[in-house]
Design a binder for this molecule. Structure first.
Ligand code: PMP
Length: 285
């Protein structure tokens, strides 16, 4: 396997980063996970836009233009002879003296990793994924805004670990006010009793998923009512259908949340179909 590190494509064995890198020492950095379908990255501009937004939040200067980043991403896919791939672009604050002064780190580390696309298990899609409501609360917006796709992932890891221990696939996190935010690596949607597609608003303290934005767009385009707002566990336990979204899973139906079970829903199926149609259209030669 070959990776891109600071301007060069190198075998992964030769890709090493300083132990003084602040990404390593403090989780100081940002990333994007993207998906290549048939050698084309889906929503690449949107991912790079979000990367820029994350960089802005933490005052990290990305040392490349988007054009350069695109070239490096495709070079990495090509170097590994991949067509369907998961690609991760990581930019850290880079090495510097220990301590928290960001001004002393002047060379961000840029790392791109592409691996063959591995889907979530098919049975999650047929039976629906099992999900829990985690005891771990989502980071407070005013402390570490979840809109930043940062390397500081312990909040998510703790929630995911709780799900794993309870044999669930994903963990829903609430915010400090008790409203639903998102899961450890995905956004959440549900269809309420009035057949409205609901999802927590960005203001609840979530990462504004690229897939989330796309699903909202497709739903509205097809005449479905979409409501972004504040919701409680009561709303979601009482929902007709629930699904999760992210770049890798796309639309993943939820079969249960804690002890509440859900039928595979009509709207979830329709949106999944529309999503795939859009993807195929996008990549049609
Ligand atoms: N929320 C969190 C916390 C995530 O890590 C992810 C995955 N990037 C998402 C939501 C979904 O985002 P996207 O649709 O852009 O993959």
């Amino acid at each position: 396997m070959k990776v891109f590190l600071n301007g060069h494509i190198v075998p992964i064995e030769d890709a090493s980063v300083s132990v003084l890198d602040h990404g390593f020492l403090y989780g100081d950095g940002i990333f994007e996970t993207m998906r290549a379908y048939d050698n084309k990255i889906f929503k690449l501009d949107e991912h790079l836009k979000r990367l820029e937004k994350s960089a802005g939040f933490i005052e990290l200067k990305i040392p490349h233009t988007n054009k350069e980043l695109k070239k490096y991403i495709y070079n990495t896919i090509e170097a590994n002879n991949l067509r369907d791939a998961t690609v991760r672009l990581t930019i850290t604050r880079g090495p510097g003296p220990t301590g928290l002064n960001i001004k002393e780190c002047n060379t961000p580390t840029v790392f791109i990793y592409a691996q063959p696309f591995t889907p979530y298990p098919a049975k999650y899609y047929t039976e629906g994924a099992s999900v829990i409501v985690s005891t771990v609360r989502r980071n407070l917006k005013e402390a570490l805004n979840p809109e930043i796709k940062s390397l500081n992932f312990l909040n998510n890891i703790l929630a995911k670990n709780e799900a794993t221990k309870k044999k669930a696939v994903e963990a829903i996190m609430l915010n400090s006010e008790g409203f639903i935010t998102e899961c450890s690596v995905s956004n959440i949607f549900f269809v309420n009793k009035e057949n409205i597609l609901c999802t927590p608003s960005v203001g609840c303290g979530i990462l504004d998923g690229i897939t989330r934005q796309f699903v909202i767009e497709i739903a509205r385009e097809n005449g479905f009512d979409v409501f972004e707002g504040e919701f409680t566990t009561k709303d979601i336990y009482g929902a007709n259908e629930v699904f999760l979204t992210n770049t890798v899973m796309e639309i993943l139906p939820v079969g249960s949340i804690d002890s509440v079970t859900y039928q595979r829903g009509h709207l979830t199926e329709k949106l999944s179909r529309l999503y795939m149609e859009k993807v195929q259209k996008f990549f049609a030669p």
